[in-house]
Write a protein that binds this ligand. Structure first.
Ligand code: NAP
Ligand code: MG
Length: 491
């Protein structure tokens, strides 16, 4: 991909083992979030015909792929995994150019994708069934899991590489075929992901990738009656819409949605560690982790000192293009995203929160043409404010104070989301009570809110998620159905 005008590359979909343009030749342009005037590439605006062709290909490829052994399927996936490691630098650059995150953050995303893919491949090689001692003599009673067929994967722009990996790997190793529709803001990352499998020699049609809009190509894909499962990561509003679409056909959905993740800091916390984790989880990837900390709830006694420590860290962040190794805070992902975030900041001011730092679109050398927002911290936030309730998905942190543990937990739970939560305290009892009481799919004690390991599931509760979660053992569970058999071998 190019960053020079005049040499803008035109990319193609991957359908049935062939790279191809949209059936009507239509294209969308992608703009660099660090330099909006720069077109980074042109991508097929896939039509209904393209969607149909991709599902046709996945449907045709399914029987042969399903009938391979998991070991044989695993060989293809291991080759793609090896290419993933080899191409880390190339892919990191593509992620940074499209998403805006720093190269270090992009490399981190790939490292994490490699570990998850490795785990899911091995998980697919394990026995996925069980034998039950039958109540009858001479009967073998057992159950196992088998693939579903053609699955749709719809991915977001914030982890544009990792999320397709986390979804497609278990789907494929279990014997399904896949049509992937990446977010419009990160089409080339989706295509680079797909290229690994194409270059690994995956049989045509097993993995297909079509670019284009969510409401156009995305929705037309989900409405295809041949789709047997939908794995989606994105906003809660689109997730609810997808669930309604899928319910009409009893299609299973795996929905990983928005968050409004709280961090609680009690008076006995290691303040330095807590402030470091808070600043990281609030501002890394410009606050666009789904597990970013957007609310910190601090014990009153230590609030002043803690906030100073977070502000000091926010001040050290260096805004700039993610390609510049000196940058520690890249742009947010696109003009619309920037507008949304600035709108929330304005709303926070209007509703009476106290702006402690930031609050503006960043200006200055190398910034004026990009989607840069100053790291922003609001104090005196109360739980009824818009910035306390809505997912902002930008480098904006809201500080609340609480009188004690119970009040902190009430504030933490007082939102419709439930993805990740964290607490900093040395008191084991209160830490464990927090784990029990906090309404989140993922909780951290004295650890940054985004930490995760591939061998455990990843998913939210409340309006942050629905269905069998990704990752760990459930990664493959979602993409398979139960089959039970009773077999009489002796009368
Ligand atoms: P989004 O607007 O919901 O879009 C997500 C994906 O869905 C994109 O590929 C989008 O395509 C597509 N889409 C949109 N409307 C669709 C429709 N009607 N039918 C089918 N597909 C449709 O979310 P986003 O703005 O890309 O991502 C940010 C959100 O993702 C945040 O809310 C964040 O919290 C959440 N997220 C959650 C997790 C998690 O694991 N819980 C992880 C990462 C991100 P277009 O791009 O073309 O619109
Ligand atoms: Mg969107």
């Amino acid at each position: 991909m190019s960053t020079n005008p005049g040499t803008v590359e035109t990319h193609q979909n991957y359908i049935a083992g062939k790279w191809q343009a949209a059936s009507d030749g239509s294209l969308d342009e992608h703009h660099d979030p660090a330099r909006l005037s720069e077109v980074t590439g042109r991508y097929p605006r896939s039509t209904n015909e393209d969607v149909r062709a991709a599902v046709d290909a996945a449907e045709a490829a399914y029987p042969a792929w399903r009938d391979l052994t998991a070991h044989a399927r695993g060989e293809y996936l291991k080759r793609a995994l090896a290419l993933m490691s080899e191409r880390t630098e190339r892919i990191a650059r593509v992620i940074t150019i499209e998403n805006g995150k720093t190269l270090a953050e992009s490399r981190g995303e790939i490292v994490s994708a490699i570990k998850e893919m490795e785990y899911q491949i091995h998980q697919g090689l394990r026995a996925l069934g069980e034998i039950a001692p039958s109540a009858l003599p001479g009967v073998l009673a057992y159950q196992y899991r088998r693939p579903l067929g053609v699955c749709a994967v719809i991915s977001p722009w914030n982890f544009p590489f990792n999320v397709p990996g986390r979804k497609c790997t278990p789907a494929l190793i279990a014997g399904n075929t896949v049509v992937l529709k990446p977010a419009s803001l990160t089409p080339n990352v989706g295509l680079e992901f797909t290229r690994l499998f194409a270059d690994a020699g995956l049989p045509p049609g097993v993995l297909n990738c079509i670019t284009g809009s969510g409401s156009g190509a995305g929705e037309s894909l989900l409405k295809d009656p041949r789709i047997q499962a939908i794995s989606f990561t994105g906003s809660t509003s689109v997730g609810i819409h997808i669930n309604q679409l899928a319910a009409g056909r009893l299609v299973r959905t795996q929905l990983e949605l928005g968050g409004k993740n709280p961090m609680v800091v009690l008076e006995d916390a290691d303040l330095d560690e807590a402030a470091g984790a808070c600043a990281t989880a609030a501002f890394a990837c410009a606050g666009q982790w789904c597990t970013s900390t957007s609310r910190v709830i601090v014990a009153k006694k230590i609030a002043g000192e803690f906030v100073e420590a977070v502000l000091a860290r926010a001040r050290t962040l260096k805004l700039g293009s993610g390609l510049d190794p000196a940058t520690t805070l890249g742009p947010v992902c696109g003009a619309q995203q920037m507008k949304n975030i600035l709108g929330f900041i304005e709303e926070g001011r209007r509703e009476g929160a106290k702006l402690l730092t930031g609050g503006r679109r960043a200006a200055g050398e190398g910034l004026d043409d990009g989607c840069f927002i100053e790291p922003t911290v609001f104090g005196e936030v109360n739980p009824g404010m818009t910035i306390a309730q809505e997912e902002i998905f930008g480098p904006v942190l809201s500080v609340f104070t609480a009188d004690g543990f119970d009040e902190a937990v009430t504030i933490a739970n007082g939102v419709r989301f439930g993805l990740a939560s964290s607490i900093y305290t040395k008191d084991l009892e209160r830490a464990m009570r927090f784990v029990e009481k906090t309404e989140a799919g993922l909780t951290h004690v004295n650890m940054v809110s985004a930490y995760k390991e591939p061998q455990l599931s990843f998913g939210g509760i409340k309006e942050s998620g629905s269905g069998i979660p990704e990752g760990g053992r459930t990664g493959i569970e979602f993409f398979t159905e139960h089959k039970v058999a009773y077999l009489k071998y002796r009368s």
